[in-house]
Design a protein around this ligand. Sequence first.
Ligand code: HEC
Length: 136
Amino acid sequence: MFSRFPLSLTACALALAGCAQTAAFDTASVTRGKAIYAAECAQCHGATGMGGGDASLGLGAPPPTLAGLTARNDGVFPRAFVQRFVLGKVEKEDVDAAMPDFGTVGLAHMQKAGDVAQVSSEDMTALLDYLETLQK
Ligand code: HEC
């Protein structure tokens, strides 16, 4: 019975080592962010942030590739910019751009239309954590 201990400890250590190498973020937060992204952003920005989502096809200007945010910002994920942009605090190049102002409609408006309009800091952090994992 005790012989099982060393084995499980080894498995644990391996799992932790694997985590440290692959996941720099709180995985629960990334999972939550992934669900928010799938519901609120993927239809335009594409399932993996590469653009080309169904709803983007009819837009005059294609939504930017979100997987390239870090590359376009000298290798640093522009967390503050993304947060401000999503909340509608950055003046858009195209004032008629189709992207919703999530600061007004909320980050759950696709799931609960007309319901929650407030963006919780947990949801925003989760979305940013997930977006950071999409960077190429
Ligand atoms: C209805 C389509 C649509 C949806 C839904 C949408 N976007 Fe956008 N997004 C756009 C368009 C179009 C632009 C370009 C706007 C501009 O240039 O002014 C854009 C621009 C952006 C930018 C600026 C990128 C840059 O490099 O300047 C970010 C960041 C962004 N979106 C994030 C998000 C996130 C996160 C979500 C989900 C919470 C989301 N978008 C949902 C269409 C959309």
